[in-house]
Design a protein around this ligand. Structure first.
Ligand SMILES: Nc1ncnc2c1ncn2[C@@H]1O[C@H](COP(=O)(O)OP(=O)(O)OP(=O)(O)O)[C@@H](O)[C@H]1O
Ligand SMILES: [Mg+2]
Length: 296
């Protein structure tokens, strides 16, 4: 399912002159099926407001543009939001707060009972088991535990299992690695890459972690003050150092090094992933060394 938004705008507290906040302003963005799409931007730039539109948590207002996801026209009053939510799963920041049931298996089963009430207990259990295994947990060990007795990283995994259990085609995540330690972040990144390969077609992820974005995303949108400031591949987005710094955004380490090296005359042309950068740097270093030798 492809996601197409056209001139999407949103104003919080629109009726109040003093409180009204224009959170989105004419966002036209297409996210193709299969992408690992990143959304970056300063705090308050409208990222969460945007992604909450994608499964109808925030509805498209009258004369506020349009959203079409696959066959779902979210602007249409008759849109079947329940079916949409089974197809577009949403994981919030601190997803562990999405947990609520007494046992892990009941928590993960909730989505199935909600979206597919006709399924048998046995079918439900099979789907729960598959989802829990997909997020890297041992079903037999965790199924009867209280979700609140798990570690922070495990809680996030259970929350994600509860979203992917309905087999959504699109997984939307709003800053899912916030608050995790480096090891936790690495494991979570591996989990997302694995889910993208095996389970969900498209991932849309809001992130403040530029290294994560440059390493994993197929394309990136930069939001600024509710507007779509730029979109492109990580290489395109992160090569505009000056503008990104003006927006108060960090650079991935690879982009920062590329800039610093170019100041010393070493030009490194890479896709700015760590592997791409390392290879290109090695080549540029050797070339630079030979050039100097020839000049001597
Ligand atoms: N419930 C709300 N009521 C009123 N204004 C809101 C509400 N939620 C967000 N806003 C405002 O809308 C704008 C966009 O907020 P949003 O949460 O979408 O930004 P964000 O890019 O997700 O920021 P962050 O990186 O801090 O999560 C901000 O000015 C914010 O203050
Ligand atoms: Mg946000």
């Amino acid at each position: 399912m492809r996601i197409v938004t056209e001139n999407l705008s949103y104003v919080y507290s629109e009726k109040s002159k003093e409180l009204a906040v224009q959170a989105l302003n004419n966002i036209s963005l297409t996210i193709e099926e299969g992408e690992f799409f990143g959304i970056i931007g300063q705090t308050g730039s409208g990222k969460s407001t945007f992604v909450q539109h994608l499964n109808g948590l925030i509805k498209v207002g009258k004369d506020k543009g349009s959203i079409v996801i696959g066959d779902f026209n979210l602007t249409d009053k008759k849109c079947d939001f329940k079916s949409l939510r089974a197809k577009v799963g949403m994981v919030f920041q601190y997803p562990e707060y999405q947990l609520f049931a007494e046992t892990v298996k009941d928590d993960v089963a909730f989505g199935i009972k909600n979206f597919f009430p006709a399924l048998s207990e046995k079918e439900t259990e099979e789907m729960v088991k598959t989802a829990i295994t997909l997020v890297g947990l041992d079903y037999e060990i965790v199924k009867d535990k209280s979700p609140f007795d798990l570690s922070g990283g495990q809680k996030r995994r259970v929350a994600i299992a509860g979203v992917i259990v309905t087999r959504p085609e699109i997984l939307v995540l709003d800053e899912p690695v916030a608050g995790l330690d480096p090891q936790g972040k690495r494991e979570f990144t591996e989990l997302l890459k694995n889910l993208h390969k095996t389970t969900v077609k498209t991932i849309v992820i809001v992130s403040h972690d530029m290294n994560f974005v440059s390493e994993n995303c197929t394309r990136v949108a930069v939001f600024s003050h509710g507007e779509l400031y730029a979109e492109g591949s990580p290489k395109e987005i992160f090569s505009d150092f000056t503008r990104l710094k003006e927006l108060g955004l960090d650079l991935p380490v690879t982009a920062y090094l590329t800039e610093k090296l170019s100041e010393t005359g070493i030009k490194v042309e890479s896709d700015i992933t760590t592997d791409g950068f390392s290879d290109a740097f090695a080549a540029a270093y050797i070339e630079n060394k030979e050039k100097r030798r020839r000049e001597e």
